[in-house]
Design a protein around this ligand. Structure first.
Ligand code: COA
Ligand code: MG
Length: 271
């Protein structure tokens, strides 16, 4: 599960250490925008040491590298050969097929769609070898088109495009970071909107966001109960030769049945 992906600045030993006590599903150590240019080498040294030293438990350990079109990005890739605890590479400003990363390193990738060209080529990016998840970035997208980050932060066109592309190719769609650290209510609403569109998780920047994301992107008891009832009612109807039924005043046909079954499978319940 990737309900919560917490970014941690790669040059901050204290926060990296702290992240191993937090309940995020994925920890994304960042070597890109949270690390100043003159600290990139230091960041790589810290990452090399701490990835090895710390116990990451069940958390998925991920690394966000610099753009693969920069010298820093290539240096980031070079430290990975003996960091086998890193299971996922988050690739910023993805704009083309990135199979070469998986071919060279055997590590899964999660591209960030955050430029105009990246959005136009999202399908080519999503179908690269090794891609497991896909996310997007409103602030860089706004920068790339000369727009305003506020206008892009809940852009429904980009969000829907990311979800639909991910689902078409069996990837995890992860929603973008929510920047207002003081507005947990707004963060919660943003998670709910993302979940309703089909996102399976959210990128995070602060520990206070973890529990909210984990709760929202886990199915609720009500959702599980309803799914069980739908599966049961639909299977009985099927035996009676019907493919569409009235369930609690709503139409239920095959797609609703399949959705309910998938939810039960995800949580390990036998439908
Ligand atoms: N990962 C791990 N620990 C974190 C953390 C993070 N992303 N953000 C905060 N913490 C820790 C702090 O170290 C502090 O720990 P302590 O109580 O043991 O001292 C605690 O959580 C509370 O932190 P707080 O004082 O509220 O944070 P701050 O105001 O110092 O920092 C940010 C705020 C935004 C600078 C910080 O959360 C951060 O750097 N986030 C990640 C940014 C990032 O990676 N951006 C790139 C992707 S967009
Ligand atoms: Mg970005």
């Amino acid at each position: 599960m990737r309900r919560s992906q917490l970014y941690v600045p790669g040059n901050n030993e204290k926060m990296i250490r702290k992240s191993t006590e937090l309940d995020a599903d994925s920890i994304v150590i960042d070597l890109e925008d949270s690390v100043p240019m003159d600290q990139k080498d230091k960041g790589r040294e810290i990452v090399k040491r701490m990835v090895k030293e710390l116990d990451w438990g069940k958390r998925e350990l991920a690394l966000r590298i610099n753009s693969i079109h920069t010298a820093e990005g290539l240096k980031d890739l070079s430290i990975l050969k003996d960091l086998d605890k890193v299971k996922l590479l988050v690739i910023p400003k993805a704009e083309e097929d990135m199979s070469f990363i998986y071919n060279a390193l055997g590590i899964a990738t999660e591209p960030i769609i955050e430029t105009a060209r990246g959005l136009l080529r999202i399908e080519e990016i999503a179908t690269s070898k090794g891609v497991e998840a896909i996310t997007w970035g409103p602030a860089d997208m706004a920068l790339s088109v000369g727009g305003n980050a506020n206008a892009y932060k809940d852009n429904q066109f980009i969000r829907t495009t990311v979800v639909i592309t991910a689902k078409a190719y069996g990837l995890d769609p992860i929603d973008a970071v929510y920047f207002d650290l003081n507005d947990l209510k707004g963060f919660e609403e943003d998670c709910n909107k993302a979940k309703a569109l089909g996102f399976v998780g959210k990128q995070l920047i602060h520990p206070s966001q973890i529990k909210i994301a984990n709760d929202i992107f886990s199915p609720s008891i009500d959702e599980i109960e309803k799914a069980k009832k739908i599966v049961q009612a639909y299977e009985e109807a099927q035996k009676a030769g019907r493919g569409a039924i009235r369930f609690e005043g709503q139409l239920v046909d095959y797609v609703h049945y399949a959705t309910a079954k998938r939810l039960l499978q995800q949580i390990g319940e036998k439908p």
